[in-house]
Design a protein around this ligand. Structure first.
Ligand code: NAD
Length: 361
């Protein structure tokens, strides 16, 4: 059956990095005769300028019909003062909400050749390969009631951290299954020492462990995990956490690798429909200069092939090609120490060349 891929470049370097990913995708489609239907649409500030909304209705309709969405990035200072509903970020939040993309998968891995770009000592960071599974549509970011009370003294504000059993089970299932496909270690992170919702989270995850006897489950308090990620990150394989703690921990993990232009992410729903995007933003400071690193977007395409498009082998081929690209010494400006860095549009052709030389591709 035809697989539908929707490409949403968005703003700034989102346009440039999605073009690179599309080149790699086009090569694979032609080479392997893949039955993919690929559509391009506007989101973010670009869509606001052209169509009056950061997430036009027809984009949402198309997104709901798609198997995989490749999302570049959105935002730029010129749209920062728009009212909330028209801000570019609404594209991202709207898609996550409407497609119920509850599982955010953020791998953090280090190319040992780039270890010097990490703020952490090489011997601690070498061979880093972690997957953070963050709950994305619940928890304190969405919990009700919430609000600001400014008609009493003192004024106060409040939010609600809430998870029901189903929400915990569905994210923990993604995490256990991810661990089964990796090194079979899962660390569930919360604050069970001080929060009822965390104690509940821990009890549900512990109960599920009996269904995954091949996975070694541990529990850690979030403040300790923040410290352990810096002190001894290689103790982790898969980490699962709530929206709030996962948000913070995944940014710490991304920082460990020292190169935001290299890290992909996936946000999935229960039908394996997914949105795939780099961890970086639209980088207005370098937009339209042909110097952005497109690897995070190309690696996001690899995740899309694996999780939503049923092409795990091709996904692995892209990951391997990226490794070869780095070990061959190819560098864009953000990860280069020399003056002759590659331009954005030179990266995909080199990745394709490596794929061609790999006998399977
Ligand atoms: P950013 O990730 O866009 O940029 C941070 C720094 O990293 C900049 O110096 C940028 O030049 C550099 N950088 C980022 N990606 C790079 C790449 N692929 N290659 C080389 N260098 C790269 O974060 P920011 O500056 O905080 O935000 C800029 C805009 O992006 C804002 O409008 C923000 O709201 C938006 N944003 C969007 C997303 C998203 O769409 N998912 C995520 C984060 C930020």
């Amino acid at each position: 059956m035809t697989k539908k891929v929707l490409i949403l470049p968005g703003d700034g370097i989102g346009q440039e990095v999605t073009a690179s990913a599309k080149e790699v995708l086009d090569y694979l489609v032609a080479k392997h005769n893949l039955d993919f239907a690929i559509t391009y649409m506007d989101v973010g500030g670009t869509a606001y300028e052209k169509h009056g909304s950061p997430l036009p209705d027809d984009v949402l309709v198309e997104a709901k019909k798609s198997d995989a969405i490749l999302f570049g990035a959105v935002g730029a200072p010129k749209w920062d003062n728009l009212d909330w509903d028209n801000r570019p970020e609404q594209a991202l939040l709207g898609l996550r909400k409407e497609l119920e993309l509850f599982a955010n998968l953020r791998p953090a891995f280090l190319f040992n050749e780039l270890a010097s770009a990490s703020p952490i000592k090489n011997n601690i960071i070498e061979n880093l390969d972690i997957l953070i599974v963050r709950e994305l549509t619940g928890g304190i970011y969405f919990g009700e009631p919430r609000g600001l009370v400014d008609d009493q003294s003192p004024h106060y504000a409040f939010n609600t951290m809430i998870y029901n059993e189903d929400e915990i089970r569905r994210i923990a299932k993604v995490a256990f299954e991810s661990a089964q496909k990796r090194n079979k270690k899962l660390c569930s992170v919360e604050k069970a020492n001080v929060l009822e919702v965390s104690k509940f989270w821990r009890s549900i995850v512990s109960d599920m462990a009996k269904d995954y006897p091949d996975v070694e489950l541990s529990h850690q308090l979030a403040d300790n995990t923040a410290m352990q990620l810096v002190l001894n990150p290689n103790q982790f394989d898969v980490i699962v956490s709530s929206n709030l703690f996962g948000d913070i921990l995944s940014d710490i993990a991304a920082t460990l690798t020292g190169s935001i232009g290299m890290l992909p992410s996936a946000s999935l729903n229960s039908s394996s429909q997914g949105m795939y995007e780099p961890c970086h933003g639209s980088a207005p400071d370098i937009a339209d200069q042909n110097i952005a690193n497109p690897i995070a977007m190309i690696a996001s395409l690899a995740m899309a092939l694996k999780y939503s498009l049923g092409e795990a082998k091709l996904s692995e081929s892209i990951d391997n090609a990226i490794k070869t690209f780095i070990s061959n010494g190819h560098r864009t400006k953000d990860i280069s120490t020399s003056d002759d860095a590659l331009n954005t549009n030179e990266v995909a052709p080199l990745i394709i060349e490596i794929l061609k030389n790999d006998s399977a591709n």
